[in-house]
Design a protein around this ligand. Structure first.
Ligand SMILES: [Zn+2]
Length: 149
């Protein structure tokens, strides 16, 4: 429900913006309907309403973008100095998603992402355009990152 909350916030800001624009247009048309004298007022309501809906969405959208970027940076940089990265060949590949892959059985240890200790962790391979990284991740973090077991 709260997975990928950054993306959901961005989506919400888009929906709110469109609702604001549609409401402004309907309201403008209603104001215009009595006749000539109200046409200018109706147009002003439409133009200003659409503009206000659009600009007021910036803050919410930007906040969603910020969360998305932070999540991404966290995954990319935590444990950056891992030394013992095993040979890719030694690991049996069981599943491949667009960005992340996980292999190897679970064991109990410390999650490299959230830092939770004594939790079942999976050895995950994270592949993207920046390269390949290896992290021990708890099931919760794997869910957050859409990694399939
Ligand atoms: Zn974790």
């Amino acid at each position: 429900m709260f997975k990928n909350i950054g993306g959901k916030i961005k989506k919400l800001s888009e929906i709110v913006t469109w609702m604001g624009i549609i409401t402004s247009v309907i309201l403008g048309i209603i104001i215009m309907s009595p006749g000539d004298t109200m046409i200018l007022a109706g147009l002003i309501v439409i133009v200003l309403g659409c503009f206000a809906s659009w600009t007021s969405s910036f803050l919410l959208y930007g906040y969603g973008q910020l969360i998305e970027n932070t999540d991404r940076l966290l995954l990319l940089h935590i444990g950056e100095n891992d030394k013992n990265e095993p040979d890719l060949e030694q690991i049996e590949e069981t599943h491949k998603s667009s960005v992340h892959t996980t292999k190897a059985p679970s064991k109990v240890g410390k999650c490299d992402i959230c830092g939770k200790e004594s939790t079942p962790v999976f050895y995950c391979t994270i592949k993207d355009d920046l390269g390949t990284r290896y992290r021990n991740m708890c099931t919760e973090c794997m869910q957050n990152w859409d990694i399939k077991k």
